[in-house]
Design a protein around this ligand. Structure first.
Ligand code: S3P
Length: 426
Protein backbone atom coordinates (compact mmCIF):
# COMPACT_ATOMS: atom_id res chain seq x y z
CA UNK A 1 0.00 0.00 0.00
CA UNK A 2 1.19 3.49 -0.89
CA UNK A 3 0.12 6.24 1.50
CA UNK A 4 0.36 9.99 0.92
CA UNK A 5 0.78 12.45 3.81
CA UNK A 6 0.41 16.21 3.53
CA UNK A 7 1.16 18.90 6.09
CA UNK A 8 -1.54 20.27 8.43
CA UNK A 9 -1.92 23.88 9.43
CA UNK A 10 -3.06 22.87 12.88
CA UNK A 11 -3.09 19.71 15.01
CA UNK A 12 -5.92 19.48 17.46
CA UNK A 13 -7.42 16.38 18.92
CA UNK A 14 -7.96 13.68 21.40
CA UNK A 15 -6.71 10.15 20.81
CA UNK A 16 -7.31 6.81 22.52
CA UNK A 17 -4.53 4.35 21.85
CA UNK A 18 -4.63 0.65 21.01
CA UNK A 19 -3.78 -1.72 23.88
CA UNK A 20 -0.10 -2.08 24.72
CA UNK A 21 1.51 -4.70 22.51
CA UNK A 22 4.03 -5.99 25.08
CA UNK A 23 1.43 -6.28 27.85
CA UNK A 24 -1.11 -7.93 25.52
CA UNK A 25 1.35 -10.69 24.50
CA UNK A 26 2.11 -11.35 28.15
CA UNK A 27 -1.51 -11.27 29.30
CA UNK A 28 -2.35 -13.98 26.75
CA UNK A 29 0.76 -16.13 27.19
CA UNK A 30 0.92 -16.04 30.99
CA UNK A 31 -2.80 -16.68 31.38
CA UNK A 32 -2.55 -19.64 28.99
CA UNK A 33 -0.08 -21.19 31.47
CA UNK A 34 -2.26 -20.44 34.49
CA UNK A 35 -5.17 -22.31 36.03
CA UNK A 36 -8.58 -20.66 35.74
CA UNK A 37 -10.15 -18.30 33.22
CA UNK A 38 -9.13 -14.72 32.46
CA UNK A 39 -10.84 -11.83 30.72
CA UNK A 40 -8.42 -9.60 28.83
CA UNK A 41 -9.78 -6.17 27.87
CA UNK A 42 -8.30 -3.68 25.38
CA UNK A 43 -6.15 -6.47 23.93
CA UNK A 44 -3.72 -5.09 21.31
CA UNK A 45 -5.50 -5.17 17.91
CA UNK A 46 -2.33 -5.40 15.80
CA UNK A 47 -1.13 -8.35 13.74
CA UNK A 48 1.64 -9.16 16.25
CA UNK A 49 -0.80 -9.72 19.10
CA UNK A 50 -3.05 -11.77 16.81
CA UNK A 51 -0.04 -13.96 15.93
CA UNK A 52 0.32 -14.76 19.62
CA UNK A 53 -3.36 -15.73 19.89
CA UNK A 54 -3.14 -17.96 16.81
CA UNK A 55 -0.06 -19.75 18.20
CA UNK A 56 -1.73 -20.24 21.59
CA UNK A 57 -4.85 -21.65 19.90
CA UNK A 58 -2.59 -24.13 18.04
CA UNK A 59 -1.17 -25.12 21.44
CA UNK A 60 -4.68 -26.07 22.56
CA UNK A 61 -5.74 -22.88 24.35
CA UNK A 62 -9.40 -21.95 24.19
CA UNK A 63 -9.76 -18.27 23.36
CA UNK A 64 -13.12 -16.59 22.75
CA UNK A 65 -13.69 -13.03 21.61
CA UNK A 66 -16.36 -11.79 24.02
CA UNK A 67 -16.54 -8.13 22.85
CA UNK A 68 -14.88 -5.93 20.23
CA UNK A 69 -11.67 -5.54 22.24
CA UNK A 70 -12.17 -8.22 24.86
CA UNK A 71 -11.32 -11.89 24.98
CA UNK A 72 -11.72 -14.74 27.42
CA UNK A 73 -8.97 -17.29 27.72
CA UNK A 74 -9.07 -20.62 29.56
CA UNK A 75 -5.71 -21.44 31.13
CA UNK A 76 -4.07 -24.86 30.71
CA UNK A 77 -2.22 -25.00 34.04
CA UNK A 78 0.95 -25.52 31.99
CA UNK A 79 -0.49 -28.44 30.08
CA UNK A 80 -0.32 -27.35 26.45
CA UNK A 81 -0.96 -29.63 23.46
CA UNK A 82 1.52 -30.53 20.75
CA UNK A 83 0.73 -28.28 17.78
CA UNK A 84 -0.32 -30.15 14.66
CA UNK A 85 1.52 -27.69 12.45
CA UNK A 86 4.31 -25.13 12.48
CA UNK A 87 3.66 -22.15 14.81
CA UNK A 88 3.78 -18.92 12.81
CA UNK A 89 4.83 -15.83 14.82
CA UNK A 90 4.44 -13.57 11.76
CA UNK A 91 6.46 -10.39 12.25
CA UNK A 92 6.54 -10.70 16.03
CA UNK A 93 9.85 -11.20 17.84
CA UNK A 94 8.06 -11.15 21.20
CA UNK A 95 5.77 -14.02 20.14
CA UNK A 96 8.67 -16.15 18.98
CA UNK A 97 11.02 -15.50 21.89
CA UNK A 98 8.45 -15.79 24.68
CA UNK A 99 6.78 -18.87 23.21
CA UNK A 100 10.18 -20.55 22.77
CA UNK A 101 10.63 -20.25 26.55
CA UNK A 102 7.17 -21.75 27.07
CA UNK A 103 7.37 -24.73 24.71
CA UNK A 104 10.93 -25.58 25.83
CA UNK A 105 9.34 -26.80 29.07
CA UNK A 106 6.58 -28.86 27.39
CA UNK A 107 6.91 -32.58 26.62
CA UNK A 108 6.45 -32.27 22.86
CA UNK A 109 7.94 -31.01 19.64
CA UNK A 110 7.23 -27.54 18.19
CA UNK A 111 8.54 -25.58 15.24
CA UNK A 112 8.43 -21.78 15.39
CA UNK A 113 8.72 -19.69 12.26
CA UNK A 114 7.84 -16.20 11.07
CA UNK A 115 7.84 -13.82 8.12
CA UNK A 116 11.08 -13.01 6.21
CA UNK A 117 11.93 -10.15 8.63
CA UNK A 118 11.54 -12.35 11.73
CA UNK A 119 13.43 -15.19 10.05
CA UNK A 120 16.44 -12.87 9.76
CA UNK A 121 16.46 -11.84 13.45
CA UNK A 122 18.95 -13.28 15.96
CA UNK A 123 17.73 -16.25 17.99
CA UNK A 124 21.12 -17.46 19.25
CA UNK A 125 20.49 -15.29 22.31
CA UNK A 126 17.58 -17.54 23.37
CA UNK A 127 18.83 -20.83 21.90
CA UNK A 128 22.06 -20.85 23.88
CA UNK A 129 20.62 -20.42 27.41
CA UNK A 130 17.64 -22.71 26.65
CA UNK A 131 20.10 -25.41 25.55
CA UNK A 132 21.95 -24.89 28.83
CA UNK A 133 18.65 -25.52 30.64
CA UNK A 134 18.47 -28.85 28.85
CA UNK A 135 16.10 -28.08 25.97
CA UNK A 136 16.80 -29.62 22.58
CA UNK A 137 16.48 -26.51 20.44
CA UNK A 138 17.96 -25.81 17.04
CA UNK A 139 17.77 -23.09 14.44
CA UNK A 140 18.94 -22.36 10.94
CA UNK A 141 22.51 -21.09 10.33
CA UNK A 142 24.12 -23.03 13.18
CA UNK A 143 21.46 -22.31 15.73
CA UNK A 144 21.20 -18.57 15.18
CA UNK A 145 18.10 -17.98 13.01
CA UNK A 146 14.47 -19.14 12.78
CA UNK A 147 12.74 -21.43 12.09
CA UNK A 148 13.37 -22.97 15.52
CA UNK A 149 12.82 -26.64 16.21
CA UNK A 150 12.19 -27.28 19.90
CA UNK A 151 11.89 -30.67 21.54
CA UNK A 152 10.72 -29.65 24.98
CA UNK A 153 11.18 -31.57 28.17
CA UNK A 154 12.26 -31.31 31.75
CA UNK A 155 14.44 -28.25 32.23
CA UNK A 156 17.14 -27.51 34.78
CA UNK A 157 17.54 -24.19 36.56
CA UNK A 158 20.03 -21.70 35.18
CA UNK A 159 22.24 -18.90 36.49
CA UNK A 160 22.61 -16.54 33.56
CA UNK A 161 23.83 -13.02 32.86
CA UNK A 162 22.05 -11.61 29.80
CA UNK A 163 24.57 -10.33 27.21
CA UNK A 164 22.15 -7.51 26.27
CA UNK A 165 19.30 -5.80 28.13
CA UNK A 166 16.40 -7.50 26.37
CA UNK A 167 12.92 -7.99 27.80
CA UNK A 168 12.20 -10.66 25.21
CA UNK A 169 15.22 -12.72 26.27
CA UNK A 170 14.61 -12.09 29.96
CA UNK A 171 10.94 -13.11 29.61
CA UNK A 172 11.82 -16.22 27.57
CA UNK A 173 14.07 -17.42 30.40
CA UNK A 174 11.63 -16.47 33.17
CA UNK A 175 8.92 -18.50 31.42
CA UNK A 176 11.28 -21.47 30.92
CA UNK A 177 12.28 -21.12 34.59
CA UNK A 178 8.65 -21.61 35.64
CA UNK A 179 8.76 -25.22 34.49
CA UNK A 180 12.34 -26.05 35.53
CA UNK A 181 13.11 -28.47 38.34
CA UNK A 182 14.93 -25.87 40.42
CA UNK A 183 15.32 -22.11 40.71
CA UNK A 184 16.85 -19.95 37.97
CA UNK A 185 18.76 -16.70 38.45
CA UNK A 186 18.67 -14.16 35.62
CA UNK A 187 20.88 -11.09 35.69
CA UNK A 188 20.29 -8.13 33.40
CA UNK A 189 22.98 -5.52 32.61
CA UNK A 190 20.43 -2.64 32.52
CA UNK A 191 16.76 -2.86 33.31
CA UNK A 192 14.47 -3.45 30.36
CA UNK A 193 10.64 -3.43 30.41
CA UNK A 194 9.37 -5.36 33.44
CA UNK A 195 5.80 -6.30 32.42
CA UNK A 196 6.50 -10.04 32.68
CA UNK A 197 7.83 -9.73 36.22
CA UNK A 198 4.87 -7.59 37.35
CA UNK A 199 2.33 -9.98 35.90
CA UNK A 200 4.08 -13.11 37.21
CA UNK A 201 4.04 -11.68 40.73
CA UNK A 202 0.33 -10.80 40.51
CA UNK A 203 -0.37 -14.34 39.25
CA UNK A 204 1.39 -15.85 42.25
CA UNK A 205 4.74 -16.97 40.79
CA UNK A 206 7.67 -17.45 43.11
CA UNK A 207 9.80 -14.58 41.81
CA UNK A 208 12.13 -12.28 43.72
CA UNK A 209 13.79 -9.22 42.26
CA UNK A 210 16.86 -7.60 43.72
CA UNK A 211 18.16 -4.71 41.60
CA UNK A 212 18.56 -6.20 38.11
CA UNK A 213 18.72 -9.82 39.35
CA UNK A 214 15.66 -12.04 39.22
CA UNK A 215 15.24 -15.41 40.89
CA UNK A 216 12.35 -17.54 39.66
CA UNK A 217 11.31 -20.94 41.01
CA UNK A 218 8.97 -23.50 39.47
CA UNK A 219 5.49 -22.14 40.08
CA UNK A 220 1.83 -22.56 39.29
CA UNK A 221 0.12 -19.41 38.06
CA UNK A 222 -3.41 -18.28 38.84
CA UNK A 223 -5.34 -16.71 35.94
CA UNK A 224 -5.76 -12.97 36.24
CA UNK A 225 -8.05 -10.56 34.40
CA UNK A 226 -6.06 -7.82 32.65
CA UNK A 227 -7.17 -4.40 31.42
CA UNK A 228 -4.39 -3.54 28.97
CA UNK A 229 -3.30 0.13 29.07
CA UNK A 230 -2.83 2.14 25.86
CA UNK A 231 0.49 1.57 24.13
CA UNK A 232 3.01 4.35 24.82
CA UNK A 233 5.02 3.14 21.81
CA UNK A 234 2.00 3.98 19.62
CA UNK A 235 1.31 7.16 21.61
CA UNK A 236 4.88 8.35 20.99
CA UNK A 237 3.98 9.23 17.37
CA UNK A 238 1.28 11.66 18.52
CA UNK A 239 3.41 12.96 21.40
CA UNK A 240 6.18 13.90 18.98
CA UNK A 241 3.70 15.27 16.40
CA UNK A 242 2.23 17.47 19.14
CA UNK A 243 5.53 18.87 20.33
CA UNK A 244 7.18 19.52 16.95
CA UNK A 245 4.16 20.99 15.17
CA UNK A 246 4.05 24.80 15.53
CA UNK A 247 0.30 24.97 16.23
CA UNK A 248 -0.86 21.95 18.14
CA UNK A 249 -2.76 20.71 21.15
CA UNK A 250 -3.15 16.97 21.57
CA UNK A 251 -4.54 14.88 24.39
CA UNK A 252 -3.52 11.23 24.33
CA UNK A 253 -5.67 9.22 26.71
CA UNK A 254 -4.99 6.12 28.76
CA UNK A 255 -1.25 5.76 28.12
CA UNK A 256 0.81 3.13 29.95
CA UNK A 257 3.57 5.05 31.73
CA UNK A 258 5.43 2.25 33.51
CA UNK A 259 8.93 3.57 34.46
CA UNK A 260 10.64 0.99 32.25
CA UNK A 261 8.69 2.18 29.19
CA UNK A 262 8.33 5.93 29.57
CA UNK A 263 11.84 6.94 28.48
CA UNK A 264 10.31 8.84 25.55
CA UNK A 265 8.60 11.20 28.02
CA UNK A 266 11.83 11.77 29.96
CA UNK A 267 13.88 12.35 26.80
CA UNK A 268 11.37 14.77 25.24
CA UNK A 269 11.09 16.72 28.48
CA UNK A 270 14.87 16.98 28.56
CA UNK A 271 14.69 18.32 24.98
CA UNK A 272 12.25 21.00 26.18
CA UNK A 273 8.85 19.49 25.37
CA UNK A 274 5.65 20.96 26.83
CA UNK A 275 4.29 17.66 28.03
CA UNK A 276 1.95 17.12 30.97
CA UNK A 277 0.76 13.87 32.50
CA UNK A 278 -2.75 14.09 33.91
CA UNK A 279 -5.04 11.75 35.75
CA UNK A 280 -2.24 9.39 36.88
CA UNK A 281 -3.48 6.06 38.21
CA UNK A 282 -2.52 2.40 38.58
CA UNK A 283 -4.54 -0.27 36.77
CA UNK A 284 -3.75 -3.97 37.04
CA UNK A 285 -0.25 -3.34 38.34
CA UNK A 286 0.69 -0.83 35.60
CA UNK A 287 0.84 2.98 35.84
CA UNK A 288 -1.46 4.82 33.42
CA UNK A 289 -2.06 8.50 32.63
CA UNK A 290 -3.33 10.93 29.99
CA UNK A 291 -0.68 12.93 28.17
CA UNK A 292 -1.26 16.49 27.00
CA UNK A 293 1.24 18.05 24.59
CA UNK A 294 1.50 21.42 22.90
CA UNK A 295 3.92 23.05 20.42
CA UNK A 296 7.43 23.24 21.88
CA UNK A 297 10.91 24.52 21.01
CA UNK A 298 13.14 21.46 21.24
CA UNK A 299 16.89 21.37 21.73
CA UNK A 300 19.24 18.57 20.70
CA UNK A 301 20.60 16.30 23.46
CA UNK A 302 22.58 13.09 23.86
CA UNK A 303 20.43 9.94 24.24
CA UNK A 304 22.60 7.10 25.53
CA UNK A 305 23.28 4.71 28.42
CA UNK A 306 20.61 3.23 30.70
CA UNK A 307 17.73 5.17 29.08
CA UNK A 308 18.21 3.26 25.81
CA UNK A 309 16.21 0.11 26.75
CA UNK A 310 13.47 2.47 28.02
CA UNK A 311 13.16 4.19 24.60
CA UNK A 312 14.30 1.42 22.29
CA UNK A 313 11.08 1.32 20.24
CA UNK A 314 10.70 5.12 20.27
CA UNK A 315 14.14 5.96 18.81
CA UNK A 316 12.83 6.14 15.20
CA UNK A 317 10.25 8.79 16.14
CA UNK A 318 12.79 10.55 18.39
CA UNK A 319 15.03 10.77 15.30
CA UNK A 320 12.17 12.68 13.65
CA UNK A 321 11.86 14.96 16.70
CA UNK A 322 15.62 15.61 16.53
CA UNK A 323 15.31 16.92 12.95
CA UNK A 324 13.20 19.79 14.39
CA UNK A 325 15.36 20.38 17.48
CA UNK A 326 17.96 23.12 17.65
CA UNK A 327 21.53 21.76 17.61
CA UNK A 328 22.93 18.27 17.61
CA UNK A 329 21.19 15.14 18.90
CA UNK A 330 23.43 12.16 19.49
CA UNK A 331 21.92 8.67 19.83
CA UNK A 332 24.44 6.12 21.15
CA UNK A 333 24.47 2.61 22.68
CA UNK A 334 21.56 1.62 20.44
CA UNK A 335 23.13 -1.10 18.23
CA UNK A 336 20.06 -3.27 19.01
CA UNK A 337 18.13 -0.99 16.64
CA UNK A 338 19.98 -2.62 13.75
CA UNK A 339 18.34 -5.98 14.48
CA UNK A 340 14.71 -4.93 14.93
CA UNK A 341 12.02 -5.51 12.27
CA UNK A 342 14.52 -3.79 9.95
CA UNK A 343 17.83 -1.99 10.53
CA UNK A 344 16.16 1.10 12.02
CA UNK A 345 19.37 3.16 12.15
CA UNK A 346 19.90 2.72 8.42
CA UNK A 347 16.23 3.10 7.49
CA UNK A 348 15.70 6.33 9.46
CA UNK A 349 18.95 7.94 8.21
CA UNK A 350 18.19 7.03 4.60
CA UNK A 351 14.55 8.13 4.57
CA UNK A 352 14.84 11.32 6.65
CA UNK A 353 17.88 12.42 4.59
CA UNK A 354 15.71 11.96 1.47
CA UNK A 355 13.33 14.51 3.07
CA UNK A 356 16.11 17.05 3.69
CA UNK A 357 17.22 15.91 7.17
CA UNK A 358 20.84 15.87 8.27
CA UNK A 359 21.45 12.43 9.81
CA UNK A 360 24.64 10.41 9.94
CA UNK A 361 24.74 6.78 10.92
CA UNK A 362 27.19 5.50 13.50
CA UNK A 363 27.74 1.85 14.44
CA UNK A 364 25.38 2.14 17.43
CA UNK A 365 23.23 5.18 16.70
CA UNK A 366 22.76 8.44 14.83
CA UNK A 367 24.06 11.98 14.78
CA UNK A 368 21.26 14.38 13.84
CA UNK A 369 21.67 18.09 13.18
CA UNK A 370 18.69 20.41 13.39
CA UNK A 371 16.54 22.25 12.97
CA UNK A 372 15.80 21.40 9.35
CA UNK A 373 12.89 22.19 7.10
CA UNK A 374 11.87 18.82 5.72
CA UNK A 375 10.33 18.49 2.27
CA UNK A 376 7.99 15.80 1.02
CA UNK A 377 9.62 12.84 -0.73
CA UNK A 378 8.89 9.31 -1.90
CA UNK A 379 9.93 7.07 1.00
CA UNK A 380 9.91 3.42 1.98
CA UNK A 381 8.69 1.86 5.23
CA UNK A 382 11.31 -0.89 4.81
CA UNK A 383 8.40 -3.15 5.87
CA UNK A 384 8.72 -1.83 9.43
CA UNK A 385 5.64 -0.46 11.22
CA UNK A 386 7.54 2.02 13.38
CA UNK A 387 9.54 3.36 10.43
CA UNK A 388 6.29 3.87 8.47
CA UNK A 389 4.60 5.76 11.31
CA UNK A 390 7.70 7.86 12.04
CA UNK A 391 7.88 8.91 8.37
CA UNK A 392 4.17 9.77 8.45
CA UNK A 393 4.79 12.22 11.32
CA UNK A 394 7.80 13.65 9.44
CA UNK A 395 5.50 14.04 6.42
CA UNK A 396 2.96 15.91 8.52
CA UNK A 397 5.66 18.48 9.21
CA UNK A 398 7.24 18.61 5.74
CA UNK A 399 6.46 20.91 2.84
CA UNK A 400 4.56 19.23 -0.02
CA UNK A 401 3.49 15.61 -0.18
CA UNK A 402 5.31 12.62 1.30
CA UNK A 403 4.52 9.22 -0.18
CA UNK A 404 5.27 6.15 1.89
CA UNK A 405 5.59 2.82 0.09
CA UNK A 406 4.76 -0.30 2.09
CA UNK A 407 2.53 1.66 4.47
CA UNK A 408 0.29 -1.35 5.24
CA UNK A 409 2.81 -2.60 7.81
CA UNK A 410 1.39 -0.15 10.39
CA UNK A 411 -1.20 -2.92 11.01
CA UNK A 412 1.50 -4.85 12.89
CA UNK A 413 0.96 -2.66 15.96
CA UNK A 414 -1.57 0.06 15.09
CA UNK A 415 -4.25 -0.87 12.52
CA UNK A 416 -6.11 2.44 12.96
CA UNK A 417 -3.02 4.64 12.64
CA UNK A 418 -3.97 6.24 9.31
CA UNK A 419 -7.54 6.78 10.47
CA UNK A 420 -6.32 8.49 13.65
CA UNK A 421 -3.89 10.62 11.63
CA UNK A 422 -6.80 11.73 9.44
CA UNK A 423 -8.87 12.67 12.52
CA UNK A 424 -6.37 15.17 13.87
CA UNK A 425 -8.06 18.22 12.39
CA UNK A 426 -6.24 21.11 10.78
C1 S3P B 1 9.66 -6.16 23.62
C2 S3P B 1 10.97 -5.94 23.93
C3 S3P B 1 11.87 -5.16 23.09
C4 S3P B 1 11.09 -4.28 22.12
C5 S3P B 1 10.00 -5.05 21.42
C6 S3P B 1 9.02 -5.57 22.44
C7 S3P B 1 8.86 -7.00 24.53
O1 S3P B 1 12.69 -6.04 22.35
O2 S3P B 1 11.97 -3.73 21.16
O3 S3P B 1 9.31 -4.22 20.52
O4 S3P B 1 7.62 -6.99 24.45
O5 S3P B 1 9.46 -7.69 25.36
P1 S3P B 1 14.07 -6.63 22.96
O6 S3P B 1 13.72 -7.34 24.20
O7 S3P B 1 14.59 -7.55 21.91
O8 S3P B 1 14.94 -5.44 23.18
Amino acid sequence: MRQGVTPRRRLDGDISLPGDKSISHRAAILNSLAYGTAVISNYGPGEDCLSTLRCLASLGIEITQTAADQLTLVGSDRDLKEPANVLDAGNSGTTMRLLAGVVAGQQFHSILTGDPSLRSRPMGRIIEPLQRMGATIHGRRRDTLPPLSILGGTLQGLDYALPVPSAQLKSCLLLAGLSATEKSVIREPTQSRDHTERMLIIMGASLTILGNTMTVSPSRLKAQDVVVPGDISSGAFWIVAGVVHPDSRLLIRNVGINQTRRGVIDVLRQMGANLHIKNERVEGGEEVGDIYVTSSDLEGIEISGPVIPRVIDELPILAVAACFAKGKTLIRDAAELRIKETDRIRAMALELNRMGGDLQETADGLVINGPKTLHGARCSSHGDHRVAMSLAIAGLMATGETVIDGAECTAVSYPKFWEHLESLGG
